[in-house]
Design a protein around this ligand. Structure first.
Ligand SMILES: Cc1cc2nc3c(=O)[nH]c(=O)nc-3n(C[C@H](O)[C@H](O)[C@H](O)COP(=O)(O)O)c2cc1C
Length: 215
């Protein structure tokens, strides 16, 4: 693959929120997950795991949990007199946080604790950083794996959408429902399926605005 092909793959990936009512071949799922694990990770710690849900009833249940949590938040805001943000939460954020509802596959991306010889032999004994920093370290690598899997899916003609909406709202319920152990963080969920839409390109900040070259 040359640079232009790689660039095209990266640029043409879109967040897809509308899917055909068609399952995804299990071999395609395995191929995509195989690509996820080639992401870089700190000291090759591979701080990622994935729960792949292919059961439509279970995906529906997660959608219901998300709405339920959202309505509770909206009611709490209304009680505090915050009517406008409460309404916006339901009308705007609700559909955004549940945009996985039509997907035949939902991938729960987990970040596992960062462990390494450096941590064990150097960092922990000297109290190098607060413990929270290691949780972030796991998340960073998990995000890179997520991007790999989304690009791999796109290369197969499949659509994905990375989503933190359901995690921000219903993380505890999701954890309980899927029996996810407490030491594993729920990083994001990614919907996966055969797209029925080719969403328009979202504007990006110009390179000059985001890059500082230090010579
Ligand atoms: C961390 C993160 C969280 C996101 N959460 C949601 C979400 O909850 N719902 C949703 O529909 N899209 C979500 N998105 C997708 C973004 O809206 C999308 O990536 C952005 O608008 C750019 O569009 P593009 O992916 O098509 O280039 C999320 C993306 C990221 C990286």
């Amino acid at each position: 693959m040359d640079f232009l092909q790689a660039k095209q793959l990266i640029q043409e990936r879109r967040s897809v929120r509308k899917f055909q009512d068609k399952s995804v071949d299990i071999q395609d799922i395995i191929d995509i997950m195989d690509c996820a694990r080639y992401a870089p990770s700190d000291t090759n710690s591979q701080t990622w795991e994935f729960v792949v849900i292919t059961n439509k009833d279970k995906i529906k249940k997660i959608e219901e949990m998300t709405w339920e949590a959202l309505h509770i938040k909206a009611e709490e805001a209304t009680e505090k007199g915050l009517d406008k943000p409460a309404k916006l939460l339901v009308r705007s954020f609700g559909p955004y946080a549940t945009a996985f509802s039509g997907a035949p596959v939902l991938i729960i991306c987990l970040a596992t604790p960062y462990e390494s010889k450096f941590k064990e032999k150097i960092f922990d004994p000297i109290g190098f950083v607060e413990e929270d920093v290691w949780a972030e370290e796991g998340i960073k690598s998990s995000c890179l794996a997520a991007q790999n899997l989304m690009l791999a899916a796109h290369a197969k003609g499949l659509g994905t959408c990375p989503m933190t909406g359901p995690v921000l709202l219903a993380q505890d319920k999701l954890r309980e429902y899927l029996n996810i152990e407490t030491h594993k963080e729920i990083n994001m969920v990614i919907s996966l399926g055969h797209p029925t839409e080719q969403p328009k390109k979202m504007a990006r900040k110009p390179v000059d605005d985001i890059v500082t070259i230090v010579e």
